[in-house]
Design a protein around this ligand. Sequence first.
Ligand code: NAD
Length: 429
Amino acid sequence: MIDTTRSSRISGFHKKSPAERLGIVSDFAGLDAAAAARLSDTGNLDLGLADRLVENVIGSMNIPLGIATNMRVDGEDVLIPMATEESSVVAAVCNAARQCYDAGGFTTSMSGTLMIAQIQAVDVADPHAARLRILGRREEIKVICDGCDPVLLSFGGGFRDVEVRVLDSQSGPMLVTHLIVDTRDAMGANAVNSMAEALAPHISAWTGGRVYLRILSNLADRRLARAHAVWPLDQIGGEAVRDGIVSAYHFAAADPYRAATHNKGIMNGVSAVVLATGNDTRAVEAGAHAFAARSGQYGSLTRFEVTADGQLSGSIELPMAVGLIGGATKAHPTAQACLKILGVTSAERLARIIAAVGLAQNFSALKALATTGIQKGHMALHAQNIAMMAGAVGDEIDRVAAVLVERGSVRQDIAQAVLQDLRGGAAGA
Ligand code: NAD
C-alpha cells in the first residue's frame, strides 16, 4: 500500500544538523531509538568531518577493514588494508600471494600519472580546420592550464599535451579537445576539471563553436598500472590446475558474460584497497570497465599463460587513477592510517600495489573455479552471514555456522532450525 501521508519534500534539510536530520528521518521511516543510535554512532569517523565530506549526513556506514598478508611487490613485503563487506575477498589475496611469494611475488610498472580532461565543442563550421587551430596554440594552452595550478606545478606536474578529435555524433560533428595533464600524487579530477573550465572560453573563441562539457575522462588510459607474477606448478597443485586457470582466462577473453564476472572478481580486490585509502572507487571501476571494452568487445583485464618452463604466468593492466592528496584520502583518518600501513609515499606506488592485488584476487578466484568451485571457499564466512540472518548472536553464530558447513547446506531455513534446536537445548539444559 502506498503511504501518502509522508513527504520527501523537506525544506532546508541540508541546513539542519546531523542530529536534527536523523530525527526527521527517524520519524519518516519509523526508526526506533536503537536504530537511530546505531546510525549516529560514526565509529572512527568524526561526525563533523562526515558532515563536511558529503551532503545531508545523518550518520555513517561502517565496512570491515581486513589485512591481506603474504604480498611481496617489487621485492618489498607489504601488508594490504582492504575495506570490503564481502567474505573471502581478503583471504583470496592472502592465498594467491602465498603461492607466488617464494617465486618473488609481484613485479609492477606504470605508464605514468597522466590524466585526460575533455572539452566538448559543437556547432563548429569547419571542425577539421578548427582542430588544427587548437593544436597550433599548444604553448598558449600550456600557459592557461599551468596557470590554474601552481601547486601541482611545484610538485612536477602540469600540462603535458593537447589532442583534438573530430567525433561523428548523432547531432553532427563534435570537436573534442583532450588536455593531457600530469597530476602526480593527486587523482587529479579537480585539477584537470579546473583547467578544462579555464580553457573552454578560448576553445569557443578559436573554433567559433559552443562549448558544453568540460570534465575529466575516467578512461585514464595514460595512467595504466601493470602487475605480473609467476606461480610455480608445485605451489598451485600441478598442471591440471594451471591449465584450468588458463582455460578460465580464455573463457573470459572470449565471452563478455564471463568477462563481467571475471573482472568483478578483480575489482573485489582493487575496490577494497581503493576504498580503504579513501580513493574514488567509481572512478577506478569506470576506468577499468571502459578499458576492458577498448577493442570493441568487453574482455578480461588479466591474462594467464604458460611460461617456457611450464609455470603459470599472470598479468594485469588497467587504468588506476588514485592519489594520496585530495578527496577523502587526505581528510579521512582511516585512509591515512591505511596509507601508512601500505608504506606508500607516491600515488604511483599505490596504483602498482593495487594492480598486484587485482591480479592476486583473480588468480584465487580462477583457481577455485577451476578446481573445487567457488562455494567451498566461501562456505565458512558465508555460513556465518546466514547464521546472523537467521538471528544468531554472539557464540551462536559460530555454532550455527559450523553445523551448516558440516551439513554442506548453507541455507537460512536450516540455520533457523539449527538455532531453534540450540536455544531449545540451552533452555532445557
Ligand atoms: P584535490 O583537488 O583535492 O587535490 C589536488 C590538488 O592538490 C592538486 O591540484 C594540487 O594543487 C595539490 N597538490 C598538493 N600536493 C600535490 C602533489 N604531491 N601532487 C599533486 N598535486 C598536489 O583532488 P583531485 O585529486 O584533483 O580530485 C580528486 C577528487 O575529485 C576525488 O575526491 C574524486 O572523487 C573527485 N571527483 C571525481 C570525478 C570523476 O572521477 N569523474 C569528478 C569530479 C570530482
